[in-house]
Design a protein around this ligand. Structure first.
Ligand code: PAF
Length: 282
């Protein structure tokens, strides 16, 4: 496995692989890898000749007062995990090389990024689309793998890829969970025992909502949302950002639940730690 940090080198590599007719599979990450990331590597490997994973804590997707400085980092451990997974190349650029001094060009999606997380974190998705457009230009992947846990990010990236004509197939990996049900996330490392108990309410709420739909046949959005809120409110440190029923394709609020299309989405703060999760219905 080779670690590339320079922009010129990644461009040369992508160019060479393209000339050799090799299909690049790409997993963009901010590091501090967990099994969810590793499952994305497995998912994309089957489709690709060469596997590239990026590690870059992207400053532009963090808002003022968010956790950029304390975002967990462990490059040595990440590299070891990637070696074991037989990743071919790691791309780990420097911030100053990615965001050149005086740079004034950004990529922003202005539809599906607007509600939900986009409302609570108004600059977040612009940061995500900007860094992903840069990474796609540099790495030139044929396929990328992203996790379903970040459901709105998936929809935003698919829209950007379509709108900007990136010739990239998006492969979506299922949410991996800890044994207690908590969705895997690098941010789980912030949680102490008490906070973790409250964080577990997210999955409990999603399951309770799904149960109403699957076993009681409920299709009324307000009834399901009320159930999500009741479970979430039973925690003492949970501040609810949203608990919604949305269309999985465009993140718009549903009027009525339709199996195979509707998705339950939740975002909360446990103290100041923001956590999101979702579950597909049907
Ligand atoms: O999901 C993430 O880890 C990040 O948002 C991504 C896609 C790597 C962009 O920085």
């Amino acid at each position: 496995m080779e670690v590339i940090t320079s922009i010129e080198e990644i461009q040369q590599l992508a160019h060479r692989l393209e000339k050799e007719g090799k299909k690049i599979g790409f997993v963009p990450t901010m590091g501090y890898l967990h099994n969810g990331h590793l499952s994305l590597i497995d998912l994309i490997r089957e489709r690709s000749d060469i596997l590239i994973l990026s590690i870059f804590v992207n400053p532009t997707q963090f808002g003022v007062g968010e956790d950029l400085e304390k975002y967990p980092r462990d490059m040595e451990r990440d590299l070891e995990l990637c070696r074991e997974k037989k990743v071919d190349y790691i791309f780990a650029p420097q911030t100053d090389d990615i965001y050149l001094q005086g740079a004034s060009t950004y990529v922003s999606e202005e539809g599906v990024s607007q509600g939900l997380c986009g409302e609570a974190r108004p600059t977040h998705f612009k940061g995500v689309t900007t860094i992903c457009a840069k990474l796609f230009n540099l790495v030139r992947p044929a396929h990328i793998a992203v996790g379903q846990k970040d459901a709105q990010q998936v929809v935003v990236l698919k829209r950007m890829i379509r709108d900007l004509h990136f010739p990239i197939e998006v492969v979506i990996g299922p949410t991996l969970r800890e044994p207690d049900g908590l969705a895997m996330s690098s941010r789980n490392s912030y949680l102490n025992d008490r906070q973790r108990q409250d964080a577990l309410l997210i999955h409990k709420a999603l399951q309770a909502g799904k149960l109403l739909v699957d076993e009681k046949g409920v299709r009324n959005v307000d009834r399901v949302k009320a159930e999500l809120m009741t479970v979430l409110r039973s925690g003492s440190f949970v501040r609810i950002n949203y608990a919604e029923v949305v269309d999985r394709e465009n993140m718009k609020a549903e009027k009525e639940i339709e199996l195979g299309r509707s998705m339950l989405v939740i975002a909360v703060w446990v103290d100041n730690i923001r956590l999101i999760d979702n579950i597909l219905l049907g």
